[in-house]
Design a protein around this ligand. Sequence first.
Ligand SMILES: Nc1ncnc2c1ncn2[C@@H]1O[C@H](COP(=O)(O)OP(=O)(O)O)[C@@H](O)[C@H]1O
Ligand SMILES: [Mg+2]
Length: 289
Amino acid sequence: MLLGDAPPGRGHADRRLVTRWAIAAWTVQFRFRVNDPGSIDSSHGASSTNGSPMTQSTIQLEQVCKNYGNGKVVHALRDIDLSVAQGERVAVMGPSGSGKSSLLNLICGLDDPTSGTVSVAGIKILDLNDDQRTRMRREKIGMIFQTFNLLPTLSAVENAALPLRLQGMHRKEAEHRAAAMLERVGLGTRITHRPDEMSGGERQRVAIARALIFSPPLLLGDEPTGNLDSATGEEILVLLDDLQKEFNSTLFLVTHNDLVASFCDRVVILRDGHILKEQRPDPVLAGSH
Ligand SMILES: Nc1ncnc2c1ncn2[C@@H]1O[C@H](COP(=O)(O)OP(=O)(O)O)[C@@H](O)[C@H]1O
Ligand SMILES: [Mg+2]
């Protein structure tokens, strides 16, 4: 069944219900994965997110601090200044607890900094209400997760079309574009397959197609090859490499993997919530692609 199709003999109301369910499920997955307990991700009544002045950077953090807790405060991020230019590739590395997820949550607008400002594609996130943040994510940010986060009941083409459907595009047009995008990621013969009928590498290709289908200025990855064997992980990196050049999206990847980092222009090392150092990726690995 295609996204939005009704079961035989039933009407438009059912079709709308299926679509709304898929949208709600995807939104919940997104929120659950980034582990933010406080955000509200309503998709109703979204209004324009284009009110703030533009900057040159796709991601701009100025003096960002994030504390958790009231009694014994955890300083998850401390005085982070970070600017990522359009088309740049940045890997964020650091041990568990160093603040990587907190950083992603702030960039997605799923959480607010305790102090400082975060801007994405020239939009200052603190200026947005929840609906505007939802819209910002839909329009500006493609996400690739370690666990793929595809909707299990939808086919590859329905999964890849979902962001366009959320933006209000008609199903036929959205799935036409999604099929072309799946062709681009090497899955032209798999478009009707559901996630449980695909390998891990194929699922991640669908997720990449979904992330890029609306040409977002920013592509965020959370361990995008973390659940794949090394050969498949490398194939995915080569694909990301090609697509990033083609789409000129900014790539911002959280990773523990040196090979992933080697595909980036810059590596930001987090330690105890602050930027320990920024460096070029390992030159030996960088020469491998
Ligand atoms: N919701 C939260 N409440 C309290 N402490 C948190 C919360 N989220 C993260 N932390 C703490 O903030 C620090 C940074 O966590 P996190 O950003 O998840 O790091 P990483 O993703 O690098 O493992 C850790 O000490 C973690 O325990
Ligand atoms: Mg984390």
